[in-house]
Design a protein around this ligand. Structure first.
Ligand SMILES: [Zn+2]
Length: 331
């Protein structure tokens, strides 16, 4: 685990312009080599209690994803991909994305009735059902098209995360080519994945716990705020997730989102990075990060560091986050 603490020295106005030292820690991700800077004594992502329910009411009347309009205005899948045209599981509903972001892109809502879903109200049932329709979609696409082997299941939750719609939803992409991060992760190799997980379990300070076949940890060198990672050893693609693993992931993700809600955050991004199902030694993995809250005069959590240097600048410590997340997984 590579890290380096950098020390600054300035003449500080708060202490009569006497010399004062400051520190920033740079860490490198063991899997991809991406670096992160951990800034202490800063509040870069303020929590907020901004009332989202007013925004929910304002956006609901024209929402494409609210029932019953969702069935009239969203597209259907080709019958050769899925005979029903849309995929359902309890309240979850999946349909193709009306915009072509990928060769095969889908949207799945947690429910046509859940226009407003604060993170503290996210449940294992809602997340697992949503994941289940996405997995069924990815499987159907892969049966339909041999070339479409790179799948990912992702979420932009609330406007600051990149979502254009208020109504909470999950998206997936299945393409014949990987995204940049999928390619970097696919190059990691089985030994490094194994070593990373074994090291984190042995060190323990960032290890959150296991739900059986899914391992949770806080990122050593996060790409975003409060970043949590899950690894599913033994499978390479979301298409290979078994029903019990979907339940486990749903449980784990819901608990971590409840934690984000408890910490005062309402917007997040998630990516489950798949490689082709035949990729030997690849470990299916996800990353979950908090984004800025919706509120007037908010500060974006993406600065030139993240956007142009590919290096996250975060406050808080992954080790403290792991401590809090560990409790959520235990309860
Ligand atoms: Zn809606």
């Amino acid at each position: 685990m590579r890290r380096r603490v950098l020390t600054s020295e300035i003449l500080h106005p708060a202490v009569g312009f006497q010399a004062q030292r400051g520190q920033v820690e740079v860490r490198w991700d063991p899997l991809t080599g991406h670096s992160a800077r951990l800034v202490s004594a800063a509040r870069l992502l303020p929590a907020s209690d901004f009332d989202l329910s007013a925004l929910a009411a304002e956006t609901q009347a024209s929402c494409f994803f609210c029932g019953p309009r969702v069935l009239e205005v969203t597209p259907r899948l080709l019958p050769a991909i899925h005979p029903e045209g849309r995929i359902r599981r309890n309240q979850a509903l999946l349909f193709p994305n009306i915009l072509t972001y990928s060769q095969y892109s889908s949207v799945s809502i947690y429910s046509p009735d859940l226009h407003f879903l604060p993170l503290e109200r996210m449940t294992a049932r809602l997340v697992a059902d949503n994941l289940a329709v996405q997995v069924e979609f990815v499987q159907a696409v892969m049966r339909f098209d041999d070339e479409a082997s790179w799948a990912s299941i992702n979420a932009n939750h609330m406007l600051p995360s990149g979502s254009s719609l208020f109504h909470p939803h999950v998206q997936s992409s299945v393409d014949p080519v990987p995204s940049t991060m999928q390619r970097l992760l696919a190059d990691v190799g089985a030994d490094l994945f194994d070593d990373y997980l074994e090291t984190e379990i042995r060190l323990g300070e960032r290890y959150v716990g296991s739900t059986g076949s899914v391992e949770w940890l806080a990122s050593f060198a996060p790409q975003g705020f409060n970043e949590l990672r899950a690894l599913v050893p033994g499978i390479a693609s979301p298409s290979q997730l078994q029903p019990e693993q979907i339940e486990e992931l749903g449980e784990g993700i819901a608990r971590m989102l409840n934690l984000y809600g408890e910490l005062g955050y309402q917007s997040f991004n998630m990516a489950i990075f798949g490689a082709p199902p035949t990729q030997d030694g690849y470990v299916l993995n996800l990353r979950l990060v908090c984004r800025s809250n919706v509120q007037p005069l908010y500060r974006s959590d993406v600065t030139y560091f993240e956007r142009l240097h590919w290096q996250a600048m975060v406050d808080g410590s992954p080790e403290e986050l792991a401590e809090r997340a560990r409790d959520r997984l235990r309860s």
